[in-house]
Design a protein around this ligand. Structure first.
Ligand SMILES: NC(=O)c1ccc[n+]([C@@H]2O[C@H](COP(=O)([O-])OP(=O)(O)OC[C@H]3O[C@@H](n4cnc5c(N)ncnc54)[C@H](O)[C@@H]3O)[C@@H](O)[C@H]2O)c1
Length: 445
């Protein structure tokens, strides 16, 4: 029989999108969070963060009674047959992974299981380093429940690959399902759940052991981060070669079927809640095993300094930045999200402020979160045009679609000195004539 009820611990991007995704296809979902304000918002059909399409679907599933959010872990676990752990796994100061929330969640799930007589499946969806599910989650649950893994309860590791900005879509249409299983029965139950949930759209599925599934997630993110730092390295070489243009080079390289054009966009580097922390965690984890992964250290090194290239270009073109008004277009770590975690804009703006520039910034969605980061140290514009007004330099930091609509005439009309630094290669250099000075990552001057 297919399990039609589930509980989800952690209601961030992964937890809430998983909850809404399953609820939208008729599963009874109980989400749980320690934060009562967040639970109240969710129960009113309001997501606590911005994600396209999530609000509408959340409202529908709450109204129909398919999803509710509770602050009590026990209530969630006891009323369902499967519990998914999707709490955050942030970085510690030394870069290694902080597994406190996963461990405490496992303990709480175990306490609830102690009061349950029937079999229950626990699924770890949070990104965790290899060994966590077997050596931390399993003993925590066994200890607090007094039950045996593989007998009284099952355990799987099911890495998540959704992209913020299209998180709900990705939940409903994943390109693969990876199941790491403690035992065959656990894997069978999770596979049946996915087959029922995804129906004819069931993508390729891989069933494996727990540490392999855990490492697949890190390998995935480390590879994508490597592609980004790779193309940025070529872009930085390009910058020194007259007439060379990285966008055309990336196109040419991307036509190779072995490479693909995706994640070959030169720019100011990667940010966000996953790539930086996962690359750091993989490095720290490998070192703990006595292996130093020099490749990933280089990927990180390239990425750490890439944002400053925009500021360097600005200084090269207008000299000392002290007292100059600089417009920054884009604050979120990527378009279609309001997430500011490890956003490149933080490095760019901090450096601009350090140089004495006065910064005015605009982002279609992230201004509330940006205020927590920059406070009153910068000015917040209400639109991209408003942001350009009287600026002596404009830096494109996030590639929002609406910035692509700006015309050379806008920069000429509103800026004090029309100078554009395209940190995300959203404009064709040919678009700008003599009247707008144009510089871009990976485009020689
Ligand atoms: N955001 C992404 O794009 C993405 C994609 C794939 C995988 N992941 C991974 O999934 C996990 C969750 O990521 P996220 O972006 O959803 O995180 P998030 O920070 O958006 O949300 C995590 C949630 O867990 C809650 N939480 C923390 N401790 C808790 C506890 N003990 N009990 C209940 N709730 C608790 C937090 O309050 C928060 O709501 C991380 O391991 C992350 O690496 C994230």
């Amino acid at each position: 029989m297919i399990e039609k009820s589930m509980s989800i611990v952690g209601t961030g991007y992964v937890g809430l999108c998983t909850a809404v995704g399953f609820a939208s296809r008729g599963y009874k979902v109980v989400a749980s969070t320690h934060d009562p304000e967040k639970a109240e918002l969710i129960n009113k059909g309001v997501p606590p963060f911005f994600e396209y399409g999530l609000g509408e679907t959340l409202q529908k599933v709450v109204k129909k009674g398919y999803l509710k959010c509770v602050p009590d872990r026990e209530e969630a676990v006891l009323n369902t047959g499967i519990t998914i752990i999707s709490v955050s796994t942030p970085s510690q100061p030394d870069g290694s992974i902080d597994l406190r929330f996963v461990e405490s969640s496992a303990g709480e799930i175990g306490e609830a299981l102690n009061k349950k007589d029937t079999y229950h499946l626990v699924v770890v969806k949070s990104t965790v380093v290899p060994g966590t599910t077997e050596n931390m989650v399993k003993p925590s649950i066994e200890k607090s429940s007094g039950k045996r893994c593989g007998v009284d309860f099952g355990l799987c590791m099911n890495p998540e690959f959704l992209r913020e900005g299209s998180a709900l879509y990705d939940t409903l249409h994943p390109d693969r399902v990876i199941i790491g299983e403690h035992d065959e029965k656990s894997g069978e139950i999770l596979e049946s759940l996915y087959r029922d949930f995804l129906g004819e759209e069931m993508p390729p599925m891989l069933r494996t052991n727990l540490p392999t599934a855990e490492l697949i997630k890190y390998a995935n993110n480390a590879f994508l981060a490597t592609k980004i730092s790779f193309i940025n390295t070529i872009a930085n070489i390009c910058q020194k070669i007259p007439k060379a243009d990285i966008t055309v080079i990336a196109q040419g390289v991307g036509l190779d079927k072995r490479i693909s054009p995706l994640f070959l966009k030169a720019g100011l580097g990667y940010g966000g809640s996953c790539f930086p922390k996962d690359v750091k965690a993989l490095i720290a984890f490998s070192k703990s095993l006595g292996y130093s992964p020099v490749l990933f250290k280089a990927v990180e090194d390239v990425n750490n300094v890439q944002p400053y290239r925009a500021v360097r270009l600005a200084k090269k073109l207008i000299g000392d930045l002290a007292g100059k008004r600089v417009a920054v277009l884009g604050l979120a770590f990527k378009p279609e999200t309001d997430d500011m975690r490890e956003a490149v804009s933080i490095k760019v703006i901090s450096k601009l402020l350090e140089e004495g520039a006065s910064v005015v910034a605009y982002d279609p969605k992230a201004f509330v979160n940006a205020r927590y980061v920059f406070g009153d140290r910068i000015e917040y514009a209400r639109s991209s045009i408003d942001c350009l007004k009287d600026a002596e330099c404009c830096i494109v930091v996030t590639e929002w679609e609406e910035f692509k609509q700006l015309e050379p005439g806008d920069f000429i009309k509103y800026m004090k000195n029309p100078l554009v630094i395209d940190g995300r290669r959203i404009y064709s250099p040919q678009k700008f004539g003599q009247e707008v000075k144009f510089a871009a990552i990976g485009l020689s001057a």
